[in-house]
Structures are given as C-alpha cells and as structure tokens.
Ligand binder design. Structure first.
Ligand code: NAP
Ligand code: MG
Length: 407
C-alpha cells in the first residue's frame, strides 16, 4: 500500500505522563504505517519546558501561526507538588493557556458518541459542541469584602480625563461584597467570529445566550456584537450553508438544550461555558471521549483531548502495573488536525484517511472492545475490557480490515 502524502507540515506538540505514552503508540500503530507523517515537532513535556524556560511553548504557538494547524498532547500544569517532583526552576504557566492567549482563540469541546453508551439525556442523539469565551468577566475581576459601613462606586476615567461615576451600593454596618469585572470589544468580537466560523466549518446551527434582560449594558453588549457581526458578515454564508444563528435568553437556552436532540454549537459566556461544559461532558459519558479544538478568529486550529495527562494511570504504569487508558480523545485530536490539514491543502487522501481512522476507532468500541472507563458505562452485552496498548492494536486491526475491503 502506498502511504498518504503530506506536503505541508502539521505542528506536533508532545506532552506528559500517560498521554505522552499514548501519543507515541498512536503514531507507531495508527499513523506512521499509513501516512508519510510530516510534522514540525515541539516537546512541551515539563522537563523540556523547564530546560527552555518555557520558550518552547511560545515557539510552538508561533509555529501554529505559521502552518495554521497543530495537534497537542495533554501537558502538566505545574503546582507546588510538581515543582518538587520535577525540581522545576519556576511554577510555569499552563501551556494551553499560553497558546490560547497567543492565538486569541476560542475552545470548542465536542463529545464522541458511540453505540452502547447512552447519554444521561436520552434525546441527545447528536453531539452538543460547547464554545466557551475564555476571557474576562469574573475570571479577571477585582473583588473585595466590605466589612462595615461604606459606599461602592464604578468609576471610568477616559483618555481625555472625563470621568463617569455610578454608585453601586451603600453598605450598612454588616457590610457586604463588591466586584468589578470587564470584557473588551476586541475579545468579544474574536469570540463571536470564531464561533460563526466554526459553525460554518462543521455545518451546524449556532446558539448563543446571555441574560440581556437583566444585564442591560454588559450582557446586551455581547448580544449586540454577535447580532451585528451576523447581519454584516455571516448571514448570507449561514443561509448558503443551510444553518441558523439562534439567540435566546440563557435560562430559555438551558431548557431547550435539555429538550433538544443535540447537533449544534452552543456559544457560552465565560462562566456559563465553565459550568455547562462540565455538565454536558458528564451527561455524554466519559471525559476520555471529549475532544477539544482551539480556533482563532483568523482561522488557526489547535486540536487536543479535553482531559489531562491521566497521572493516576501513569504512576500505575511506572510501577509496572497494567493500565487501561482510553486513547480516543487524543486519537481524535490527531484525526481532527490531519483532516483540517487535508481540507486546507486540498489533500483528499488525507481527509479520507482521517475519516476512516475515526470510523475504525468507533467501530472497535461498538464491537465490544474498550478500555475500563467505557467498560464501566457500556450497555453492550459482549463488552470486553482491554489494556491501553491492546485497545490501540484492536483499532489497528479494524482499520486494516476496512482498508482491505477497499482494495
Ligand atoms: P485527568 O488527567 O483528566 O484525569 C482525571 C481522571 O479522569 C483520571 O484519573 C481517570 O479516572 C479519568 N480519565 C481522564 N482521562 C482518561 C482517559 N483517557 N482514559 C481513562 N480515564 C481517564 O485530570 P487530573 O488527574 O486532574 O490531571 C492530571 C494532570 O493533567 C495535571 O497535572 C493537570 O495539570 C493536567 N491537565 C492538563 C490538561 C491539558 O493539557 N489540556 C487538561 C487538564 C489537566 P480514574 O483514575 O478513575 O480511572
Ligand atoms: Mg469547569
């Protein structure tokens, strides 16, 4: 069999612990035998980030700006315990956060659905893809506890020196709490553009919701920016693609989401996205079946798994014990990136291979072969739990079968 050619490289970002082990297995078993894999490699394993004073993270983000598409393995975000474990020079920032800031991107999380694992919400037959605006609001706010009597004001000082003041509250002797938060027009616009572009990309309706009836300035600004961009830039593209932009109030949206069959992109303000993405992910089944893609407003893509480095399994692996870690989200990060590379380059063979590999992986689980996390959830009568490597081998066998049928 001739291997699929890849004239333009993909940015490959390696990571840590169990996912680093899975990363290599995916390449060895499922990619390199079939593709002339062309990647520009960046090692974001914690050891290398520490050795380069985290420069390698910046270089990886720059490479995505250059080539347009990247795939990232899960990485450790160091805390005090990791500083000791790895003898780090510093508590380096989250690489995912650094890359997101540099690309000004929005994260879209989509579940992988398989027969035998029924979402908690029975009507959800298609994925709900959540887009979280990961900038501002309560996440970059100033807060204080007011202990005792006092008054709080909002003060905006403009460049020309003019000042706008609004009283927030008078506090009595029992005091209270106060918070000042913000967002920027630029960030809201980037978020909206990423959402409209992504919906067009995957040809699914886009939903957006705020509480604009209560928050007549703050939330309303989000609603208006989305509406203006839709009218001026995206309306005709959406009509051509046969998809809709749908705005409603957040409480109405939540009720409709539960009644829906899924199959849309749900754009969420920062806090809504933080909360709803955990709820929706859990309702679909397993964190190991959740993929994630960072999309910048100017069309750069970085694919990854939504889960972390699966530290508990890695420590078991180091002790020489068997693991049953699910590679699906990491594999779908690879297929997502390869498909996007293929689409951008007009490389149909690469797109086809990515589609086929995803089908093989899903068919393997639906045939009853799965890792422990899915084994605990699956309703298939013939289900069988396998270890990390045997699951990847089983996907390879399914893929070989599919490729054989094509001959
Ligand atoms: P985690 O790696 O997502 O794992 C938490 C638990 O979820 C695991 O112990 C396991 O449960 C289950 N799980 C997650 N992925 C699985 C998979 N592929 N197959 C089977 N089970 C899976 O979260 P964490 O343990 O809180 O974090 C570990 C490290 O990852 C941390 O250092 C954190 O900084 C990092 N992290 C990185 C990213 C990223 O790079 N984007 C995201 C989140 C966390 P059981 O133990 O019950 O089997
Ligand atoms: Mg959350």
């Amino acid at each position: 069999m001739t291997k699929v050619k890849m004239p333009v490289p993909l940015v490959e970002i390696d990571g840590d612990e169990m996912t680093r082990i899975i990363w290599k297995m995916i390449k060895d078993y499922l990619l390199e035998p079939y593709i002339d894999l062309n990647t520009e490699y960046y090692d974001l394993g914690l050891v290398e980030r520490d050795a380069t004073e985290d420069r390698v993270t910046i270089e990886a983000a720059e490479a995505i700006k250059k080539y347009g598409v990247g795939v990232k393995c899960a990485t450790i975000t160091p805390n005090a315990q990791r500083v000791e474990e790895y003898d780090l020079k510093k508590m380096w920032k989250s690489p995912t956060g650094t890359i997101r800031e540099m690309l000004d991107g929005t994260v879209f999380r989509a579940p992988i659905l398989v027969k035998g694992i029924t979402p908690s919400v029975r009507t959800w037959t298609q994925p709900i893809i959540i887009a979280r605006h990961a900038f501002g609001d309560i996440y970059n706010a100033q807060e204080c506890v007011v202990d005792g009597e006092g008054m709080a004001e909002l003060v905006v000082t403009r460049k020309d020196g003019s000042v706008e003041r609004r009283k927030i509250a008078d506090f009595d002797a029992a005091g209270g709490v106060v918070r000042g938060m913000f967002n920027t027009t630029k960030s809201i616009e980037s978020f909206a553009k990423s959402c409209f572009n992504y919906a067009l990309d995957v040809k699914r309706d886009l939903w957006f919701a705020t509480k604009d009836t209560i928050s007549k300035q703050y939330h309303h600004r989000f609603k208006d920016i989305f509406a203006e961009l839709y009218e001026n830039v995206y309306k005709s593209k959406f009509e051509q693609a046969g998809i809709q932009y749908f705005y409603t109030l957040i409480d109405d949206a939540v009720a409709r989401v539960i009644r829906s069959n899924g199959g849309f992109v749900w754009a969420c303000m920062n806090y809504d996205g933080d909360v709803m993405s955990d709820m929706v992910a859990t309702a679909y089944g397993s964190l190991a079946m959740m993929t994630s893609v960072l999309v910048s407003p100017d069309g750069l893509y970085e694919y990854e798994a939504a889960h972390g480095t699966v530290t508990k399994h890695y420590y078991r692996h180091l002790e020489g014990k068997e693991t049953s870690t699910n590679c699906m989200a990491t594999l779908f990060a690879w297929t997502g990136a390869l498909r996007k590379r293929g689409e951008l380059d007009g490389n149909d063979a690469l797109v086809e291979f990515a589609d086929k590999l995803e089908k093989a992986a899903i068919a393997t689980i639906e045939s009853g072969v799965m890792t422990g996390d899915l084994y605990a959830l699956s309703e298939l009568p013939n289900k069988q739990k396998v270890n990390t490597e045997d699951f990847i081998r089983a996907i390879k066998a399914t893929l070989e079968g599919m490729l054989g049928e094509d001959k």
